[in-house]
Design a protein. Structure first.
Length: 423
């Protein structure tokens, strides 16, 4: 899972308080959290208002160190704390149930202990120095998506004389087939999602798109809030709009709850905010199944081409997103996941490259689509990433005049993307 970016909001109460915040930020970074702090990230002459606005809006989580002085300044709207309050309040108005803002209480005898704009949010209490390590672990588990101790199973009602019925979970074999012998990724939920997305993308005039299907082999039952929080924390912010994009700032594009999970649909016309038409649709069910259909990045550059390096990057991102998503949903590392990648609208397109440093001999596909499916283990997604990306993309490349790439090409592109380089 990529390191979460965390912005720390606090007031400069005293040298001791500043030193404590610095220690907290250092401990977070030592444990895989990309903590942002003014002591490290602000230079003389820099615009502090821009630093605060960009830091709060672009990060994954915000830690608010609620000391007595911080609560007073936030309530009165004074200083930098007051300015940050306006930014935070704006996000809270748009998404009242967000978990982005995490209050930390220290040196605080206020009543209430949190500023009013945070409402009745659950906070982590750092008041006792001898409990610092325990509270730090609690905070790290929240920021890194590490599962807390599991809730014990529901037992029998002793007054009814029989155990309550439990829902039957899915049973999927090692080949990705359900008990009925049907492929997990072909069940009714996926087919319904595909039916909606294909109809919508066709009405917009698109002939080419990429489709993803993830099917978890273990039973799961998550609430819509759990699903939405997991998606938000799982996005890979490297290449264009991430898979599972959540656009909370546009009412018509933000994720919506459904009876069986959540979904989001982003249809952009030629006069839309990107300047180019595009379509993204994704859905996540309460049982952990994920579906995505999106138009091709190549259409913004050349509607007659497929960029081999872009397809490798997109499939790499898909697997990394899957690893993040199911980790954030608390899935066991040994769980198996069926993955299917389908590219449609290939016929007549030329296989090319988006980068002048990766030139290849062009090839043309005579087939309209390519679909590949694998079964991977969640805990080993990163270690088998190159192999899995190869298995999911090589069959498509073969349709372009038998195009075949050396393992070193896949390794270089995949590893570069992991480091944030999409060249």
């Amino acid at each position: 899972m990529s390191a979460p970016v965390v912005f720390i909001s606090y007031s400069h109460d005293s040298d001791d308080h500043i030193a404590w915040v610095l220690k907290l930020a250092t401990d977070l970074r030592s444990n895989g959290v990309d903590a942002t702090l003014d002591k490290w990230d602000v230079s003389p002459g820099q615009d502090l208002a821009v630093y605060m606005a960009q830091g709060i809006t672009s990060c994954d989580r915000v830690l608010l160190v609620c000391s007595d002085n911080y609560v007073k300044k936030a309530t009165d709207g004074a200083g930098g704390v007051g300015y940050e309050r306006m930014i935070v309040t704006g996000e809270l108005v748009q998404n009242i149930d967000t978990k982005k803002f995490v209050p930390l209480v220290r040196d605080n005898d206020s009543d209430p202990r949190l500023p009013p704009f945070l409402g009745p949010r659950l906070y982590i209490d750092f008041s006792k120095n001898d409990e610092y390590e325990a509270r730090l672990e609690e905070l790290l588990r929240e920021l890194l998506g590490a599962a807390a101790p599991a809730k014990p199973p529901l037992g029998a009602n002793p007054f009814l004389g029989s155990a309550p019925a439990t829902p039957s979970g899915r049973e999927v074999g090692p080949t990705g087939l359900t008990q009925s012998g049907a492929p997990l990724l072909d069940d009714d939920w996926f087919e319904a999602a595909q039916g909606h997305a294909v109809e919508a993308v066709s009405e917009l005039g698109f002939s080419a798109h990429m489709e993803l299907r993830f099917g978890l082999h273990l039973p799961m039952n998550k609430s819509q809030v759990d699903l939405l929080n997991a998606v938000r924390r799982s996005e890979i912010h490297t290449f264009g709009w991430p898979i599972g994009i959540t656009l909370d700032n546009r009412e018509e594009h933000r994720p919506r709850p459904s009876t069986d999970g959540i979904k989001a649909e982003i249809a952009i016309s030629e006069k839309g905010m990107s300047g180019m038409p595009s379509y993204d649709y994704w859905a996540l069910s309460s049982s952990g199944d994920f579906y995505l259909l999106q138009t091709l990045f190549e259409d913004e550059r050349d509607a007659n081409k497929i960029f081999f390096n872009t397809r490798i990057v997109r499939v790499t991102e898909a697997l990394m997103f899957a690893g993040n998503l199911y980790s954030n949903l608390g899935t066991a590392p040994e769980a198996h996941l069926s993955v299917r990648v389908t590219h449609r609208g290939l016929k007549g397109r030329v296989l090319s490259s988006s980068s002048p440093t990766r030139s290849i001999r062009p090839g043309v596909s005579n087939e309209p689509e390519a679909s590949s499916e694998i079964i991977t283990t969640l805990g080993t997604i990163r270690t088998t990433l190159v192999e899995d990306v190869t298995r999911l993309t090589a069959p498509m490349f073969m349709l372009f005049d038998f195009k075949d790439f050396e393992e070193s090409v896949y390794t270089d592109i995949v590893r570069r993307f992991e480091k944030g380089d999409v060249s």
